[in-house]
Every structure is written in C-alpha cells, then in structure tokens.
Design a protein. Structure first.
Length: 103
C-alpha cells in the first residue's frame, strides 16, 4: 500500500522519530514501512539535513556547557564523570568552544 493512501499514517510522528534518531528497524515496525519508504520520506521532508542541524546544535551546546563548567573551576576528572566523556574529548570540546568564541 502506498503511504499516500493510508488514512491514519502519522507523518508528524514519523518525522519527529526520524529526526530524534530512532533506528530504521524500529521505524519499520512502528510505522509498517519498508526501507525504501523510510528513505523516500526522509528525502521528501529533508529530514537528514534537519537531523544533522539538530545534532550540530546539541554538540555546540554540550561544548558550551563543558567550557562553562571548566571556567567555573570544575576539574577535568569531574567533567569526565559528569559528561561521561574521555579527558581527551573534554579537552577537545573546550578547545573547540574557545575557537568559536574568537571567530
């Protein structure tokens, strides 16, 4: 059956789940879709770009939070525990956030 022929297909729910990163296997089961249908819907509604922008925004926000905690005196080993990242990842995010502040 064609998606357009479905009376009760929850396109908004599908879009939200896709953008949130729900795995294709789960999307297939939840919405009774084929891999091809998932791909076509994602392309039709530009969901890959939206998901990518969302992830970038979340990543920048995380780096900002780490940087602010670091500036407020929280030690690297405490940041490692708080954010569940390696010390190398913490240093990288601090460094990256400093660069964006200078631009």
């Amino acid at each position: 059956m064609n998606i357009n022929d479905r009376q009760n297909f929850d396109i908004e729910g599908f879009k939200k789940d896709y953008i949130e990163g729900v795995e294709p296997k789960i999307l297939k089961e939840k919405y009774d879709l084929s891999n091809t249908s998932i791909y076509r819907l994602a392309k039709k509604y530009n969901l890959n770009e939206i998901r990518s922008e969302k992830k970038q925004k979340e990543s920048k926000e995380l780096s900002k939070n780490i940087y602010e905690d670091y500036k407020n005196g929280i030690k690297i080993n405490e940041l490692v525990k708080k954010y569940k990242l390696t010390d190398k990842a913490i240093y990288f995010r601090i460094s990256e956030f400093k660069k964006t502040c200078r631009d």
